[in-house]
Design a protein around this ligand. Structure first.
Ligand SMILES: *Cc1c(COP(=O)(O)O)cnc(C)c1O
Length: 236
């Protein structure tokens, strides 16, 4: 039985994305919805696939691999959470995009493991736009140099930047951090040679994706607004 809440939630999210695109003169096809399934069971994932979801976001490699055994390549898999080097080998097997590259060591390891599979791994650099100490990511100031270092690794391709705004009950408060990420991307593209033009801005979650789209996001990562608040009973 399809979960009516999921159907309605997803419809509402898509409608918001659409309206936001209208308002900010963006095309709906230009904003990718990554459905964050980190707390969702395989059954719930099946439901969103039936509703046309094409991209799943997970934040733990082990859990994603477990779900991948059932879902396989019926969706693309994105790693949105932090990646430890000892999980890279498994991560490159299933993820089409890794959003959370935040150290040279990690980039090097991803390139090595992808190389062993004969794969070139798409990645994003995670930027800590808020400077919050609890957050992973490279500071905006260090990001251009960081990128210069990691693009030398042969089996990764840098596609863009990702950020997580501070948690707040007022989405407007997230706006400056999204703006920082967009400006950083534009600045990086301005000074780099075009071979390395980066496009993706992965920003915006359940609480703030509309503001993120207004600020130029072209990839939103939405979990709770689709599946309901995280609590085990919602995912039984
Ligand atoms: C959980 C998570 C999301 C989704 O958050 P929601 O608030 O449930 O939409 C997005 N990005 C990352 C990195 C996450 O860990």
């Amino acid at each position: 039985m399809a979960d009516v809440r999921i159907i309605e939630n997803l419809r509402a999210v898509r409608q918001k994305i659409e309206r936001c695109c209208d308002r900010s003169a963006r095309r709906i096809e230009d904003v990718e919805l990554v459905c964050v399934t980190k707390e969702a069971t395989v059954n719930k994932i099946e439901e969103v696939l039936n509703l046309g979801i094409k991209v799943l976001g997970e934040n733990r490699v082990n859990e994603a691999c477990e779900k991948y055994r059932y879902i396989g390549d019926r969706a693309s898999w994105h790693l949105v959470g932090h990646l430890q080097t000892n999980k890279v080998k498994d991560a490159v097997k299933i993820f089409s995009l890794i959003h959370s590259v935040d150290s040279v060591r990690l980039a090097k390891k991803i390139s090595e493991e992808a190389g062993k599979l004969g794969k070139v791994q798409d990645i994003l650099v995670e930027v800590n736009t808020s400077g919050e100490e609890t957050k992973f990511g490279i500071s905006p100031e260090e990001t251009p140099n960081f990128i210069n270092e990691i693009v030398l690794y042969p089996n990764i391709i840098l596609k863009g930047l990702m950020t997580i705004a501070p948690e707040t009950d007022d989405p407007q408060k997230a706006r400056p951090f999204f703006r920082i990420l967009r400006q950083l991307r534009d600045e990086i593209n301005r000074v780099r040679d075009t071979q390395y033009t980066i496009h993706i801005l992965s920003m915006g979650m359940s609480g703030d994706f509309e503001v993120a789209i207004e600020e130029g996001s072209n990839m939103v990562r939405v979990g709770r607004a689709i599946f309901g608040a995280y609590s085990k009973k919602n995912y039984a």
